[in-house]
Ligand binder design. Structure first.
Ligand code: CO
Length: 170
């Protein structure tokens, strides 16, 4: 039997810059002198077609406590937060098909939209992300749900994972 050669199944190696970023992010504890850029996950963002249907699932079927609900015109969404542990799930229904989440739903359908890391100082966190060589979508923080300040990292810098920094309201 003839086995496939290694070269026929080897994935394309990532570009050097991309690989360096991934190595910095993936260094196991104790092997890196870097201070971790992120300390804690704040929430997972989920794109939904209908917020009430989503709450039927998360709140009413799964028993997760609804913490907040808000229409956020600046981001083109109505958001509901349901708690889990120290964090929450952020359910996002688009206010229009042209909004970011609306376009995401049209392209990919409902599902995981972004991951958000909590920071006490968003300006410092943006600086740390940029110092790590990653591009930001938002160089300056903007308003998020519940009076938070947020900024998004460009997904091309994070392996396709839309990544948000969030400084909760104090
Ligand atoms: Co979010």
């Amino acid at each position: 039997m003839k086995l496939p050669t290694v070269t026929s199944i080897a994935p394309t190696p990532p570009r050097l810059a991309e690989r360096d970023h991934l190595r910095a992010w993936a260094a196991p504890p104790g092997t890196s002198t870097l201070t971790p850029v992120f300390g804690q996950i704040d929430h997972i963002g989920v794109a939904v077609e209908d917020l009430d249907d989503a709450l039927d699932l998360y709140r009413d079927a799964l028993g997760m406590r609804q913490q907040h609900r808000e229409r956020l015109e600046s981001q083109g969404v109505e958001a509901a937060l349901v708690g889990v542990g120290d964090g929450h799930v952020e359910l996002l229904e688009p206010l229009s098909p042209e909004s970011n989440v609306g376009r995401f739903l049209a392209r990919r359908g409902p599902g995981l939209h972004h991951v958000a890391y909590r920071t006490a100082d968003i300006e410092s966190a943006i600086g740390a992300v940029r110092a790590a060589g990653l591009d930001m979508i938002d160089e300056q923080p903007r308003g998020g749900v519940q009076g938070s300040r947020v900024a998004f990292v460009h997904p091309r810098a994070t392996g396709g994972v839309l990544t948000e920094l969030v400084e909760p309201a104090h």
